[in-house]
Design a protein around this ligand. Structure first.
Ligand SMILES: [Mg+2]
Length: 111
């Protein structure tokens, strides 16, 4: 899946989420709820990273799998795509632009 496909999926997901949760919240509240969801998913990724590094309690480590770590990365990206779509950010074009900026900055550091 590429970023354009991800954003198309996010657009459909936003429609589904609004219908499923019968969102009556205003636009600002909905955006803040999506931002909160990214924070939740980022926390879950942090926990998966701690498990990956063996830095969690033994009781939690029992449940760790690499598949779970991968899933948490996907959850963060999914949540970010939902919010990006909601606020009109084109992920494909912004990532292309940002990666070029990072490459230029990195090349500049090497000189
Ligand atoms: Mg998650």
């Amino acid at each position: 899946m590429n970023l354009k496909e991800l954003q198309g999926f996010a657009k459909e997901e936003n429609k589904r989420l609004e219908q499923h949760y019968k969102l009556e919240a205003d636009e600002k509240t909905t955006v803040l709820a999506h931002m909160t969801k990214i924070t939740e998913e980022t926390g879950e990724l942090a926990e998966a990273i701690l498990m990956h590094l063996g830095l969690q309690r033994k009781a939690k480590l029992v449940n760790h799998t690499h598949e779970n770590l991968e899933k948490e990365f996907a959850d963060v990206i999914y949540a970010a795509s939902i919010l990006a779509e909601k606020v009109g950010v084109d992920l494909d074009s912004v990532m292309t632009k940002r990666i070029e900026e990072i490459k230029k900055r990195t090349l500049g550091d090497d000189e």
